[in-house]
Ligand binder design. Structure first.
Ligand code: ADP
Ligand code: MG
Length: 625
């Protein structure tokens, strides 16, 4: 329960709604609770009339001195002194019941309108709170949490908490009001009878609560099985070519069948529990009603004190029926609160996670991200795996230089790029731009000033235009977008799509090749017009010819910019100011192309190896020392 205290701030925020909701619940219950009294009165009048007819009674008003509510008493005074006929009195009482039901219903409508609507507002706020928190968390957090888990928090967990802030809160207040009113009037009327009538209700609540726990457990299991089933189906659809080429259709079918069977078994067993559940509830409620009539009838017939009239019995039967729904709701309200608390606990854990990368509260004020980039004795270990990716790394990249970082897979190239973007804090040493440690530069300035194309490119399920214009505050003109696309050598291909720049990318649109995705990502980074560009192996899926086309465009585009190009293969057509070969997170060779060729080291070897492969390219002629 203590976990749910976290949502109290929202109750406070929506206190007016909540307050109104409580008021409506009380009013709704008040009007509904008057109905049994009016009915009791009518039953008494009818029995009295019968007695008079049979000569068993004489007086006109021996009407029982019942402890009715003031409103009902007023009605009785009005009816009895108004000199109306017996028939009209019955009709009038009937109409009163109708009006009471309408009033009760009307306020119930208002109560849902306030409390359930409030819970939707809270849900909305909570979703935004969680989403905002996701955006603040660092890359390290995302490495250790699965997407599925994160999705669950923002959808499942929040909707379970909503069941608490909405229905559960409403039922609890409603239950308190109903019990409060009816028990008050019942006790006023007849204490003994009240105790008899209420006796089965706790048993009812406990039964409902325990059966409900079983039902919840079962349905959660079913939910899990269903999501497993969906995943299996989904994977089979996406992997259908692999399945077919490995002739695994039968095996997959068998696997799916097993899953499906398990799901069916569980669903049937849940249906069984539910089938027993509802009739048992009806039985228990029936027992309460029966007790009211039996005990009340015995009091009535035996003349045992306190005297019980037929009207009282009728009144109590209706009270019992009024109580059943809220009491039944108590069982599932309790489990709703329990589940809400469990979900809120998970949300709290997540919301309490602090990002390892926090924006400096007093960042340096810079007009632009100019100056040399300096890595000074940087070491970095991935905390959750203990892999030391960068070790005593020293490198100065002068403003405006074009630097190539080359190395085998796993040598630490991508890690370097991410350290420069302040996705991680180095364990040791510092990264600075223009003599400012990047820790003192605001994250937004740093990341706006650097165009970074990550190795694993990502495009949104949106149009090509929107994907290219993604990072900009205002949507750029079509011309700007097309220019960026031309620089990235993708313009012509985009035009060849049926809807051109308005083509949807992703599941509901065209499927792009790896190279096309990379080039759209490049266009997206170029349009930002930053001071520094970092391209992490983003031409790996592009063919050699297009690659040299793009690299040539870079001459034009990158003139004034500092560029860090990461690759595992040599770009033979571009003259880099500095080439850095890294291995195991440290520099093993550094220099210009010619210097490195003279060294006859790793670079020279790689260069020769590649030359024999790309024999079509007239490489040598391009290198002018
Ligand atoms: P490269 O880009 O040169 O292929 P990386 O910088 O991606 O190299 O990786 C350097 C080392 O760090 C590798 O040993 C790799 O396994 C490890 N590594 C990379 N990313 C992570 C990560 N998110 N968590 C843990 N280890 C990582
Ligand atoms: Mg990499």
């Amino acid at each position: 329960m203590k976990h749910l205290a976290a949502v109290n701030k929202y109750f406070w925020k929506y206190r007016t709604r909540l307050g109104l909701g409580v008021l409506f619940i009380i009013l709704s219950n008040y009007f509904r609770i008057l109905a049994p009294q009016v009915s009791g009165y009518v039953v008494d009048k009818v029995t009295q009339a019968i007695k008079i007819q049979n000569g068993l009674a004489f007086a006109k008003h021996p009407a029982r001195n019942a402890n009715y509510d003031v409103l009902v008493k007023q009605l009785i005074v009005w009816v009895e002194d108004g000199n109306i006929t017996f028939g009209n009195m019955i009709i009038l009482s009937g109409l009163t019941l109708l009006v009471l039901a309408l009033l009760g219903g009307f306020f119930m409508f208002l109560m849902r309108q306030t409390i359930i609507v409030m819970s939707r507002h809270i849900e909305f706020d909570q979703k935004n709170e969680v989403y905002q928190h996701y955006q603040q968390l660092d890359a390290g957090f995302y490495k250790t949490h699965s997407t599925g888990d994160l999705m669950n928090r923002i959808s499942e967990d929040i909707s379970k908490v909503r069941m608490y802030t909405g229905p559960a809160v409403m039922y609890v207040i409603n239950l308190s009001a109903t019990i409060g009113f009816s028990v008050y009037f019942m006790l006023k009327e007849n204490v003994e009878l009240t105790l008899y009538v209420l006796a089965p209700l706790p048993i009812l609540t406990i039964t409902i609560y325990s059966v409900n726990t079983i039902i919840n457990k079962k349905s959660e299991r079913i939910q899990a099985l269903l999501s497993g089933l969906t995943t299996t189906a989904q994977e089979s659809y996406s992997g259908i070519r692999v399945i077919k080429s490995f002739v695994q259709e039968k095996a997959m079918m068998g696997f799916f069948n097993d899953n499906s069977n398990l799901y069916k078994k569980n669903a049937i067993s849940l249906a069984k529990v539910e089938a027993i559940y509802f009739p048992s509830m009806a039985l228990l409620i029936g027992v309460s009603t029966l007790l009211t009539i039996a005990v009340g009838g015995w009091y009535h017939v035996s003349g045992h004190s306190p005297a019980v009239s037929a009207g009282t019995i009728a009144e109590f039967v209706i009270y019992v029926n009024l109580l059943t729904f809220p009491v039944m709701a108590l069982g599932w309200t309790a489990s709703m609160i329990q589940r809400g608390a469990a979900s809120q606990k998970r949300l709290n854990e997540f919301l309490d996670t602090r990002s390892a990368i926090v924006d400096n509260p007093n960042p340096v004020h810079l007009n632009s991200l100019k100056g040399d980039i300096v890595f000074k004795d940087v070491s970095f270990t991935y905390a959750h795996t203990g892999i030391k990716a960068i070790s005593h790394f020293n490198l100065t990249i002068k403003e405006g230089q074009k630097v190539l970082i080359i190395g085998k897979t796993g040598s630490g190239k991508s890690t370097l790029a991410q350290l420069l973007l302040h996705f991680y804090n180095p364990d040791n040493g510092s990264v600075s731009i223009g003599e400012n440690d990047i820790k003192n530069i605001s994250l937004s300035q740093l990341r706006n000033g650097i165009s970074y194309v990550p190795q694993d490119v990502f495009l949104f399920s949106d149009t090509v235009s929107n994907n290219i214009g993604f990072g900009l505050a205002t949507m750029p003109s079509q011309e700007t977008i097309e220019q960026a696309a031309s620089f990235a050598s993708i313009h012509k291909e985009i035009l060849s799509f049926e809807k051109g720049y308005n083509t949807m990318i992703g599941e509901r649109g065209v499927t792009l090749s790896g190279g096309q995705k990379q080039r759209i990502s490049i266009a997206r980074s170029l349009i930002k017009n930053p001071e520094i560009v970092v391209f992490d192996d983003c031409l790996s899926a592009v063919d050699a010819k297009t690659e040299s086309e793009i690299i040539n465009n870079f001459y034009l585009y990158l003139q004034q910019k500092t560029a860090v190009i990461i690759t595992h293969r040599i770009f033979s057509t571009f003259r880099f100011d500095n080439i850095v070969v890294i291995e195991g997170g440290t520099i093993i060779e550094e220099g210009t192309h010619n210097e490195l060729m003279d060294k006859e080291g790793y670079y020279a070897e790689l260069y020769r190896l590649q030359l024999t492969r790309d024999d079509a390219e007239p490489v040598e002629s391009i290198f002018v020392a």
